[in-house]
Design a protein around this ligand. Structure first.
Ligand SMILES: Nc1nc2c(ncn2[C@@H]2O[C@H](COP(=O)(O)OP(=O)(O)OP(=O)(O)O)[C@@H](O)[C@H]2O)c(=O)[nH]1
Ligand SMILES: [Mg+2]
Length: 493
């Protein structure tokens, strides 16, 4: 029998994007052919996909590391690098994805439901895509971004409509065997059932699943017996059925105190998916009434049980099948009522992890570790840092222009940054040299910035930018023509 694994930790690493290529088109008699470096391809993502053919998380137990491939680098001649395929990992229906701290990220229900665990990095732009009227022949390309990495806890919470709870040897597995085609192991020793089993039951029009879970004993919440962990498999159940052994004459056991003891344990279990088990409707099945003493006992306690808990009580024998029909139809009625109350589930859902709401913005805060320094935080500035090849001056200049356009320089000046102070973005710290007059203007005029001043300084920033690009282009062309194969200069790949 394959091992049943219902909780694993997965380390997901998405592929990095391929680097863009810096290259110049070369053709006989056409020495200045223009930039033709292609973009890098996208890195593969690690995606969890619900596969109805998979029933345990066993594969992850053996192979907890999942890494998708990197995107290919761009090439000369406008050749874009190939995107890498996503790495799809098949998970059972009902898998719950959690962060390492236990926060639920996604509940994967329904075949085909997908969850992007780690997104692949974007490919870097090649110099062809970076060319503009102001920058006709960029001598640099952008780097591909690293893929996301993350550790996730996967837990299987079986999808069953009815959950059976009861002491060991109460006859839970026998009940599933009597109602469905499932053949769980049945024996007269406690804890025969070690892993949850599902059976499919048909009652008239209704088809539903019943989960047979391991037996529960008092103290399970403190780890006695098999503990409470497997209760995650009845978390989703719409109905719980107490299976009570009326033929046991063990000291201290009787149907009323058995049900109460198990209710005390259920109350100590906190479902990760929210809610409490106490809010599920319940039925009570008094089992083994084929044994004469058991039948007498069942008759004796049925009204007390009904009075004390208020749940419908059934007397059954899984051995002779007595009372099974009534119990099955009562289960079906509860399942039908629950289903009618549910919103219609969409067949295939894509679950996205929550992302930062404001992708466009950024913040500037004083650096707690570097006195006089500042930290710029924001999805875009941090991405731009990752895309920059710091060995290439032109690439660094391009980064500066992007940051200035976003308003990072103004914001730094407003926050009190002075030239030469350390500024950290992502994993890079540099000395701040305000490059746009706008940044300087804000510093000179203090907080109350004059709009006209700002506008005129924008215009002059554009002039300066053009001049700088001009200067760089001459140098770059030399550099590029020095390269013999038209592929990116050293350090740019
Ligand atoms: N006489 C009689 N014996 C029964 C009946 N139902 C189950 N049994 C017996 O009770 C014993 C335990 O049955 P299981 O179905 O394995 O009990 P369980 O609740 O699944 O037990 P665990 O998996 O250990 O928690 C077996 O020896 C069964 O044959 C019944 O209706 N009448
Ligand atoms: Mg069992």
């Amino acid at each position: 029998m394959p091992k049943f694994v219902d909780r694993v930790v997965v380390h997901a690493t998405a592929g990095a994007g391929g680097n863009g290529c810096a290259s110049v088109h070369r053709e006989k008699f056409k020495p200045l052919g223009g930039p033709d470096g292609g973009n890098g391809g996208r890195g593969g993502s690690v995606v969890l996909v619900v596969d109805p053919g998979v029933h345990t998380l066993l594969d992850f137990h053996h192979r907890p590391h999942a890494a998708a491939r990197n995107g290919k680098q761009g090439q000369g001649g406008f050749k874009a690098g190939a995107n890498a395929d996503d790495l799809e990992l098949a998970v059972p229906d009902g898998t719950v994805v959690m962060a390492s701290d236990g926060a639920v990220l996604a509940d994967l229900v329904g075949p085909g439901t997908r969850f992007v665990a780690a997104a692949g990095g974007r490919g870097g732009l090649g110099n062809a895509a970076l060319a503009s009227t102001a920058r006709k022949a960029p001598g640099f390309a952008l780097l591909g971004e690293p893929g996301e990495t993350g550790d996730f806890v996967l837990e299987l919470r079986s999808i069953a409509d009815v959950g059976l709870v009861g002491f060991p040897s109460a006859g839970k597995s026998s009940l599933v065997a009597a109602l469905s085609a499932a053949r769980p192991k049945i024996a007269d020793y406690p804890f025969t059932t070690l892993v949850p089993q599902l059976g499919v039951v048909t009652a008239g029009e209704e088809v539903f699943t019943v989960a047979d879970v391991p037996g529960l004993i008092p103290g399970a919440s403190e780890g006695r017996g098999l503990g409470l962990d497997f209760l995650r498999h009845i978390e989703r159940c719409s109905v719980l059925v107490h299976v009570v052994d009326c033929a046991t004459f063990a000291p201290g056991r009787d149907p009323v105190s058995d049900v109460q003891a198990l209710e005390d344990e259920l109350a100590r279990y906190t479902p990760a998916l929210g809610g409490v088990l106490a809010d599920r409707p319940r039925l009570v099945a008094l089992n083994k009434i084929d044994v004469p003493d058991a039948r007498d006992l069942a008759e004796l306690v049925r009204s007390e049980l009904a009075e004390r808990f208020g749940w419908p009580v059934f007397e059954i024998s899984t051995a002779t099948r007595e009372g099974l029909r009534e119990l099955t139809f009562a289960m079906a009625a509860q399942v039908r009522a629950h289903r009618a109350a549910q919103p219609v589930a969409e067949p295939t859902r894509v679950v996205l992890r929550p992302v930062a709401v404001d992708d466009a913005g950024f913040t500037v805060v004083p650096d707690p570790e570097l006195p006089g320094g500042f930290i710029v935080r924001g999805a875009r500035p941090e991405r731009w840092i990752r895309q920059t090849n710091f060995d290439n001056d032109e690439a660094v200049g391009y980064l500066g222009d992007r940051l200035a356009r976003l308003g990072v320089e103004e914001a730094l000046a407003e926050a009190g940054a002075v030239p030469g102070c350390p500024v950290t973005i992502g994993d890079v710290t540099f000395d701040w040299e305000p490059s746009t007059p706008a940044g300087v203007a804000v510093m000179l005029s203090g907080r109350g910035t004059d709009r006209r001043l700002e506008q005129s300084s924008r215009a002059s920033a554009a002039d300066r930018l053009a001049a700088r690009v001009e200067r760089r282009r001459t140098r770059t062309d030399d550099e590029l023509f020095g390269a013999d194969d038209g592929v990116a200069p050293e350090g740019d790949t």
